[in-house]
Design a binder for this molecule. Sequence first.
Ligand code: SF4
Length: 731
Amino acid sequence: MSLPILLITPPFTQLNTPYPATAYLKGFLQSRGIAAAQADLGLEVLLQLFSETGLEQAFQQAAAYPEPSPNALRMLALKGHYLRTIEPVVRFLQGKDPTLSRNILTRRFLPEGSRFDTLPDLEAAFGDMGIADAAKYLATLYLEDLSDLITETVDPQFGFSRYAERLSRTAPTYDPLYEALAQPPSFIDLLTIQQLGNLIEQHQPCLVALSVPFPGNLFSALRCGQWLRKQYPQIKTVMGGGYPNTELRSLKDPRIFEVLDFICLDDGEAPLEALYAYVSGTNPDAGSLKRTYTLREGEVQFIDSNACSDYAMATTGTPDYTGLPLDQYISVIEVTNPMHSLWSDGRWNKLTMAHGCYWGKCTFCDTTLPYISDYEPLTAGLLADRMETIIAQTGNTGFHFVDEAAPPALMRNLALEIIRRGLVVSWWANIRFEKSFTPDLCLLLREAGCIAVSGGLEVASDRLLKLIDKGVTVAQVARVNKAFTDAGILVHAYLMYGFPTQTAVETVDSMEMVRQLFAAGVLKSAFWHRFALTAHSPVGKNPDAYGVRMMQAEGTFANNDIAYEEAVDTDHDAFGYGLKKSLFNYMHGIGLQDPLHKWFDHKVPRTTVKPDWIYGALEEAALSLPKETSRVVWLGGPVAVQTVSKSKKGATWEEAQLTVYARSQTLHLRLDAAKGLWLSDLLPQLTPGTATLLTRAEVRSRYEAAGWDDFELFWDDKPLAPLRKVGLLQV
Ligand code: SF4
């Protein structure tokens, strides 16, 4: 039997759930008959570090640090408490020992360092009964204290979800990484190498594929390659993932091949299959490699054979999580905000509904790269099949759809498919806040298990949204956010400041819009990003159109983030702290009525936005009726009907009395007998099942065929209003 490929996510990405690339590739390779194993080296290193033995070693090193801060001194003195509590805390955060929460909440169990200095009001944040989450929050602070101690005294490159990120960010030359690799391994490097050695012994691979989605796990990948080259020169190494895909598209420096053999770009399936054939000797022709850099005669060569083509998303197989220690991931709560905590709390299966972005126009985005430009959606049926397979594999019913922007029509179809199959799932997704997310669609998504969405509001200014070509307006985003919120779905917005030509007043106005969205309760969480000019975005391709001058020649290593200067002289960075501080408070419901200048330590212009602007936008009625092609769906529950005779002032007539058993209420409706019977006959046919759902036009023609000509008056008006609230939807 041929030796397998070992797929590795090097330290560090995230603690609570595996980064999905290795699972995607493993599923694909196995569907092609290629043996593959996978490991989350980041998790393994952290578990080793946060064990009694690992921490003992870290404390020993920390004790030798020459000038510890008062906080580090205090923690060193409390070493015994840390060693005694570390393993119980990790077990608790893995969800294995929930009763420890009561002990943690006494505040007499965990040693406390400086992270506990500004503790929020736990009762206000979690309520009296939010015991598990409050304890998780305290346990997270405890781990963050330990992380601070390690960064200060043992290894300055350490971070929970990143390692040596500073070296890899915007690295036009390879020099800093090269020099760092020439240094002796750090404490974390040694743990990494030790765990890697175990994996090599266990799996005996012929090829190690290192997945590098972020700058924060590049250095560890290179360390792994360096060690493998020395200890196991017969094992070949390849790096792929988001970092090379965006940063290394014009790689020229040959020195990276002193520690790696190959680097692949873009979707990994076809390149990895071709590389495996080459490495295993099935196809010894190096010219058959696909989108792969390697070193030939001392020069970096990019080989991209046409002999094999990429695989359609529908044929890449279901992600396969087997081999990952799913019960050992650590859920943490870093911010006491229910939406924000989704990123770090809970083990979410990651999936995508589509490859690329269906919109693909935003001018700050990498729209010229295949991961955005090559749009290819899956079908709802295939997605639901994959969800069922992954649930059976992992035992987890939570999904995070990590699309660049999930397409609304596919979300609708997936929701109908989930309901039709009776799947019990919870899921959240990245979206674009576009107007097709009507209140009815949001209710359908909620019924199918959608709990949260995140999307880009970017700069909350209509002028800049137009320049960004986002295809939305602030008012529209507000209304869409309200539709989600009313349906019980949490909303997170990605915000941006410092877009070229943005003025100081526009930044303050954007901040005011955000304040009003929080005050109106339609936004639960958000994050401000500083605009970055990337080589592969429309702004990077055409800087003149945005009043920008690039100041950097192409480097020999990473090329993505580019230094630039603007024609408009605004000090965008001066706003960063105040924007982030105000937002952090807004997410906790604090300071929503305070004047904006309060958040800054320098003068800022007054906002020009009226204080009730968002309320006004929310009150503007949605004027348009659903399209005639909308599917009509009934999710309201069983309906009983009886006809009764009524008489008044000598007149007698028949009336239909409908009783609807909705999930949390029972509704009683009185209708004209014929229309009531017609409706009670129709509603069960509108439940997602095997038959195709009727469109609004088909419902209308049935109504008219029954002899009535007042469809809108009956269907869209008062008589059926109560049914729409409990699940008569048009989507
Ligand atoms: S920013 Fe988002 S919506 Fe815009 S093109 Fe990029 S991925 Fe698509």
